[in-house]
Design a protein around this ligand. Structure first.
Ligand code: AN7
Length: 356
């Protein structure tokens, strides 16, 4: 087993790497592609995989893009990076900013960022501005700041972010020997679905895959501008990571959908929570609610008649459930029981027959 050298080294020939690009890494990428033992079978899909992006260094897929964006910021001699975020981008920016000695500024919407994500930005010493407004407003603000100050924007409107994130598609093909038939993925700001499609198209053009997947994107019902065909002024969903009403990569997400023969649809919060619990209890995968939207979308699609027999399917699990541990307790199917530290108490609690 070698060490994980990161996505810049692993895919340098397919990334905007020059001789002046610092080959930084926190060990992002090379995440597991795990075969489903339960959900796939129950849906008549024999070959279902989960791409576990929560295994990245800061617990989400954002690290793949952030490492490239930050390397290019260093190459351009920028001293400050800034982003708006529903949480994961800010956690990632804060980590890579700290690692590279950059001043890092993050704007987050008030009251709707998961506790673990905020803890990361705090731990890494980012400057955190809590905006009295939603993500879309925060993104407009950081874009305005960057128009008049020498600060590097590291949201996915920075093209280096999507370049880095496309490496996840490369890894899926490298692991399976070809692109899958379907890719299910949550959609918020719509950068990731755009990046995966870029990656699949590039590998296909290079002859590393003989096909490209149908791109199946899922927004939360209360935050589904692409599905509705109009921005949502006050996006609402339990999946705070994708509480976004006016996605920056809207047009490219629609292009990915249409070019691939896929769909972008909405799933309800109840469907998201059901998938969140199912993944944890039956697959051993603890993800965040936004990530469960991909599996919620898979379940909804098969119930709606999509036949996946004989199809190879990948669901992207974009972030770890540890970002928001309170949620697990709130929707728990088990509760901790306190006992005295004696064997009989253990046996009694477990309803074990007492021997002897
Ligand atoms: C776990 O951190 O937008 O469609 O500011 O954190 O590329 O936006 C996060 C998005 C899916 C949606 N899953 O991806 C942010 C942010 C998780 C996420 C998405 C996000 P995009």
């Amino acid at each position: 087993m070698g060490t994980n050298a990161g996505v810049l080294r692993r895919y340098r020939d397919l990334l905007p790497v020059t001789s002046a690009t610092p080959m930084i890494s926190l060990g992002e990428g090379s995440t597991p592609l795990v075969r489903s033992r339960h959900v796939g079978k129950s849906l008549g899909c024999e070959e279902l995989y989960f791409k576990l992006e929560g295994c990245n260094p800061t617990g989400s897929f954002k690290d793949r893009g952030m490492v490239v964006a930050v390397a290019k910021a260093l190459e351009a001699r920028s001293a400050t990076i800034i982003c708006a975020s529903t949480g994961n981008t800010s956690a990632s920016a804060a980590a890579y900013g700290a690692y590279c000695g950059l001043r890092t500024v993050v704007l987050v919407p008030k009251g709707s960022v998961a506790s673990g994500k905020l803890a990361q930005a705090i731990a890494h010493g980012a400057q955190i501005l809590v905006v009295n407004g939603n993500f879309d407003r925060a993104l407009a603000l950081v874009q305005a700041v960057c128009r008049s100050h020498p600060i590097t924007l590291v949201n996915s409107v920075n093209p280096h972010r999507l370049q880095g994130q496309k490496t996840a598609a490369f890894e899926v093909v490298d692991a399976l020997g070809n692109a899958p038939d379907y890719l299910f993925i949550p959609v918020g700001n719509a950068g990731n679905i755009t990046a995966y499609w870029m990656g699949f198209c590039q590998y296909h053009a290079l002859g590393k895959a003989s096909q490209r997947p149908r791109m199946m994107g899922f927004q939360a019902e209360g935050a589904a501008p692409i599905v509705r065909g109009a921005p949502v002024a006050n996006p609402a969903t339990i999946a705070s990571a994708i509480r976004i009403g006016n996605p920056a990569s809207w047009q490219s997400a629609v292009a990915a959908r249409d070019q691939s023969g896929g769909r972008i649809d909405a799933v309800s919060d109840d469907e998201i929570l059901d998938a969140y619990k199912l993944l944890a209890s039956k697959e051993g995968v603890f993800c965040e609610p936004a990530s469960a939207a991909s599996v919620a979308g898979l379940i909804r699609s098969t119930r709606g008649g999509l036949d996946l027999r004989g199809q190879r399917v990948v669901c992207v699990i974009t972030g770890t459930g540890l970002k928001e541990p309170e949620l697990a307790s709130r929707y728990a199917t088990t509760t901790p029981v306190e006992i005295e530290a004696e064997l009989p108490n253990v046996e009694q609690a477990l309803e074990l027959a007492v021997v002897g």
